[in-house]
Design a protein around this ligand. Sequence first.
Ligand SMILES: [Ca+2]
Ligand SMILES: [Ca+2]
Length: 236
Amino acid sequence: MKKKIVFFTFMFFLLSLTGALAAVNISLLPSQSEIEAEEMFTVSIEVSGAENLYGYEFGITFDPARFEVLTVREGEFFSRSGQDPTYLLAPILDNGSGTARQIVGVRLTPGAGATGTAMIAQLEFKEKSNEKSDYSSSISFSGQGKLLDPELKPLTVQESNACDIKVSIPNVDPDPDTVGDVNEDGDVDLTDAILCLQTICGIETGETVSTTADVNSDGKIGVAEAIYILRSVSGL
Ligand SMILES: [Ca+2]
Ligand SMILES: [Ca+2]
């Protein structure tokens, strides 16, 4: 009998411990699982199973050769779509080292935390690599991060999930018959070079700018084509 009491007491202790560690997970969720070169995308910080969440602090790390972070904004969940006042500290964005630090948000209504599953903040990124082929790269939390209740006591985070961004790079082999001929008139000449330079400067000419003139298989008409054409015209 005594053994049974000890067993049930132990089981009750285990169950209450499991309850105390009610799963609060934080995840990084990309807006798209696959993007293209130079495309912008967002990564949301989502909290699931939060009870009485009052404040948070996160850091994010990413490959600085491939991505840059543009902005960080607060998710609607934390302010209950603007009903409650909140404060988002200005994060420290360092695209040189590939970090977004001090992503800190706090609610300002005394004693009232947010409960549920939703996005608490969102980061906007841009792909910036000059990779020649498809690749995949992770964006992850740097360190543990903190979730706080209204008494500023930490909530236990069970899982922190990173995300992978797949980037597809257009890979078209240059066609010797069309390479450098930006306006598709059959010749590679100064007009093509000028069109390249106008394209680089964002000048709208109304002329054809054909990607079959691409010389370096990046799917774009730009500096590489201008240099190729000018060398070609000069007989270099
Ligand atoms: Ca031409
Ligand atoms: Ca090109």
